[in-house]
Write a protein that binds this ligand. Structure first.
Ligand code: SAM
Length: 282
């Protein structure tokens, strides 16, 4: 069952949180003059049009990137993210939105490598087209990313960010995330792992976070942006989160400045809020 297409959601508040943190993590890895890899288990199509096709259906980007696009008071980490989107739209009009692989390719040194997995045949094909001409820097497999990462861990430079961003339409994704992290840490204990998840009033969701906190990593960080109050009927997504293992020591401070700003500008009702917690050596 592969009904999910990320294009419907491109540039929404959840993409803002995810891509902003992804870029922050990659920039941190890039501070050392040593190679590193970016591994994306659920890569999507890589780039999205905001003026035609699926993204225009609900125009979710209007309550996400579009609210930040023109602002001149962005905290540094938000500005780094918006700059990536701006480089994709050099004529100054918001027409295209970068997916997670595009954000990575933009901020990483040209010599550092990307390993991308995408299972949906159409999105995998679009992803290939979007990275045509990237040579050996970008390798794309139309495959299950939960299985695929086993073959790329540990990566040769022994430094990497692994992004795990499943759709969670299949309830097994919650367990698959935990299993992938457990196996990933066994193969590559020092890797930086980032998991995106939706904030839902769902039992699987509530069980996943405590389980991830117990994984044998140096530290963990949980950042959530709630754009509205949870719905009274218990359905729907009121926000999203990123759970990071082996996070850089600078990340809590950065997010302390960023999350209140995102609540202020992406919040949709008076109950908009954020969560920032850490454990281990952070
Ligand atoms: N990471 C992308 C980004 O931020 O731009 C968005 C990814 S989207 C949330 C999830 C993607 O995972 C979809 O494109 C879907 O087709 C794909 N997918 C679903 N199950 C998968 C699996 N087991 N392995 C790899 N890709 C999968």
């Amino acid at each position: 069952m592969l009904s999910y297409r990320h294009a419907f959601h491109a540039g929404n508040h959840a993409d803002v949180l995810k891509h902003l943190i992804e870029i922050e993590l990659l920039n941190y890895l890039g501070q050392k003059d040593k190679p590193y890899w970016y591994i994306d288990t659920h890569a999507g199509a890589g780039a999205y049009s905001l003026t035609e096709g699926y993204a225009t259906k609900n125009a979710e980007f209007e309550s996400g990137i579009a609210r930040l696009w023109q602002r001149d008071d962005l905290p540094e980490a938000v500005r780094n993210y918006v700059d990536v989107v701006k480089r994709m739209n050099p004529d100054g009009e918001l027409k295209f939105y970068p997916g997670s692989p595009w954000c990575a390719a933009d901020v990483m040194p040209a010599s550092d490598k990307l390993r991308l997995f995408e299972l949906h045949p159409s999105d995998a094909q679009i992803l290939q087209q979007n990275f045509a001409g990237s040579g050996r820097r970008v390798q794309i497999q139309q495959a299950n990313g939960f299985d695929g990462i086993k073959a790329v861990l540990p990566p040769p430079p022994r430094r990497a960010l692994v992004l795990i961003d499943p759709p969670y339409e299949d309830k097994r994704d919650y367990q698959n995330v935990e299993t992938a992290l457990k196996e990933g840490l066994k193969r590559f204990a020092t890797g930086v792992y980032a998991v995106w998840y939706p904030c839902l009033q769902r039992v699987e969701m509530k069980e996943m976070i405590p389980a991830l906190k117990k994984l044998p990593a140096k530290n963990w960080l949980r950042a959530e942006l709630h754009v509205q109050a949870p719905s009274a009927d218990g359905f729907g997504m009121h926000g999203s989160g990123m759970f990071i293992l082996n996070a850089p020591w600078t990340l809590p401070q950065t997010l302390n400045a960023v999350l209140p700003y995102l609540v202020q500008h992406l919040g949709q009702d008076a109950k908009a809020s954020f969560v920032l917690e850490t454990g281990g050596d952070l």
